[in-house]
Design a protein around this ligand. Sequence first.
Ligand code: 5AD
Ligand code: SF4
Length: 436
Amino acid sequence: MNNKFHIITFGCQMNVYDSEVLKGILSQKGYSATSKPEDANLIIVNTCSVREHAEVRAIGRLNELSRHKLENPEVKLAVIGCMAQRLGERFLKEVPTLDLVLGTEELFKLPDYLEKKGKSPTVALSFSELQKIDSLPQRKNKFSSFVAISRGCENFCSYCIVPYVRGSEKNRKLSEIIKEVQCLTEYGCKEVALIGQNVNSYKDNGCDFAELLKEVSKTDIQRIRFMTSHPKDLSLKLIEAMSELEKVCEHLHLPLQSGSDKILEKMNRKYNSSDYLRLMDSVRGKVDNLSLTTDLIVGFPGEKEEDFQKTLEMVQRIEFDSAFMFKYSPREGTTAFLLKDDVPNEVKLERLQMLIELQKKIAQKKNKSLIGKTEEVLIDGKSKRDKSSWKGKGRSNKTVIIPKGEKDENLLGEIVKIKIADTDSFTLFGEIIKKR
Ligand code: 5AD
Ligand code: SF4
């Protein structure tokens, strides 16, 4: 029997991180990763439950993989993560070929479950404890890595399944986070993105998120990002830490979700549009060149045309650098699921399209105003479209493309200063003016 595994990841950065951690654990146990499912004896699908669409895609993929398993009965098929947690035993009815259904914390014990012999499928869903993990995650991007600082969420936004599938918020120990960051730098990592469902509420032994940023700044890591921030927990102390700490990038992902106070209340977001505007002024006043990004939902139950107009007005007024925009998707078990999903799908689609158009124009305008300015870029690969150009991320979190110079130097992993020569709504194009 070969020991090759193939892992497919749906969903957010936390899922990407979990898959990287699991790859680390499996490698330590003698398994090796393959990019081809047909070569693997163990196929793992890490799933997302935030919207129905992600679940439909995961089921589709699992059904495809089931055919491979039916032809090769020695292959083990595992489904892990949020959807596994949500469906549990019910998953076996959807995909009868499954060998393992492991929830959001149990997934880290996958090798132990594999060793247990037995014919019937394993379903393991407990998530009250953070799993202790000793192996180093296997990162796809060597130069920029996610580091989870907390798991779970207890905000219970009315539309969101996360608190149910990931449990209440559990913070990692400060010392463990610092150890992971320092270890990453020894492997050549230049940037970490500290991730959690709500990083602002981080606490360990009296140390809050602003203090955590200060501690991470003292390691050898060169750049620090973080996400996601909940507007209700964004403190002045954190804003000050952002402006004072040189290594912390000037990027804030602050989900607004809706511009209508009525809808924000129904979403249980615990702030209104004026609170959000005040926060934004305070961050923009303190952090120069701030790049502000957000998440927005259209078509939440009871969203009338005038509520949607308020979202458009807020987006127009705030001018986000970019936004993730979604159609509301009812999730069984959430409190919003009890409300009538009364915005017809065509109206949701129409609103989404309008919002995307508006945001695209704003991003285009904002990016144009950057032409001639400088940006510090961490180069992490080649441009997909033009293999002769370098690609990287600016401090703003925007993608930057740099045409290769005459000298075919290897700039992978370097932080360079560029002058922005051209832009479109999503990308900056620039020329190197200085290497660090
Ligand atoms: N429907 C649509 N979008 C959702 N999100 C979370 N739950 C839902 C849902 N039920 C969005 C929010 C959140 C992002 C990660 O996903 O905007 O910030
Ligand atoms: Fe979901 Fe709200 Fe928690 Fe974000 S803060 S994960 S939207 S419940």
